[in-house]
Design a protein around this ligand. Structure first.
Ligand code: 3PG
Length: 217
């Protein structure tokens, strides 16, 4: 089985999902699969996260499902018990990182500064979420940070949209993008799954276009 983080890199986009109700994940998974993107990061921003992960893993085994906004080892445990195959956190929390490493669970902590990158490197991690990307200064900030950390790959997340995704994807230090634009809570709540399929397919096409050398800036 491919390493989950490597697989996220291949897919290029990680849909960051907020579920108000675990059953919302059913049609969401179908829509993501229909759009060509078999992965999701279900965030622990709502109480529905654990059950949402469990349900999505059970109903859609072809999906690579992970947990996001994991800020405690207890949440990491809950996520893994539910079937999550990777853990994402908004910042660098040593307890969460050590719990994941101790349980052989792929983890992608968030970083925003050189000090946090150093902490992640010390833990042996070199694929890191850059969060919140746009608010931190976007591509310019990322390029400046990455210049000091050769070999570190980033997953910019926070403020990524269909309009700026290509420009990020073109950067050599960008491993994949994270974002909610294709799975926005209002689309899920409103049952706009056709729109989610459309936005997902558009995002998948963008990744293919940029990686084949033809992306727009
Ligand atoms: C996250 O939890 O990673 C972010 O909320 C995603 O940011 P976005 O909603 O701006 O895409």
């Amino acid at each position: 089985m491919t390493n989950p983080i490597a697989r996220l890199g291949e897919l290029g986009i990680i849909p960051v999902v907020r579920l108000e109700d675990p059953t919302q994940g059913d049609r969401l998974a179908e829509a993501l699969l229909a759009g060509g993107l078999p992965c999701a990061e279900i965030t622990f921003r709502t109480a529905a996260a654990g059950e949402g992960i469990r349900r999505m893993c059970a109903r859609s085994p072809e999906m690579l499902v992970g947990a996001g906004t994991v800020v405690t080892p207890e949440q990491a445990q809950q996520a893994v018990d539910a079937g999550a195959r990777f853990i994402v956190s908004p910042g660098f929390d040593r307890r969460v990182v050590e719990w994941c490493l101790g349980h052989a669970m792929p983890v992608m902590p968030g970083v925003a500064t050189p000090t946090e990158i150093l902490m992640a490197l010390e833990s042996g991690l070199n694929v890191l979420k850059f969060f919140p990307a746009e608010a931190l200064g976007g591509k310019e900030m990322l390029a400046a940070l990455a210049a000091a950390f050769v070999g570190v790959k980033f997953v910019p997340t926070g403020g990524i949209t269909a309009a700026n995704a290509a420009a990020y994807l073109k950067l050599p230090m960008v491993f994949a993008l994270g974002g909610s634009w294709l799975v926005a809570p209002k689309l899920i709540a409103g049952g706009a799954f056709d729109e989610i399929v459309r936005l997902t397919a558009e995002a998948v096409a963008l990744v293919a276009q940029v990686r084949s050398g033809g992306g727009k800036t």
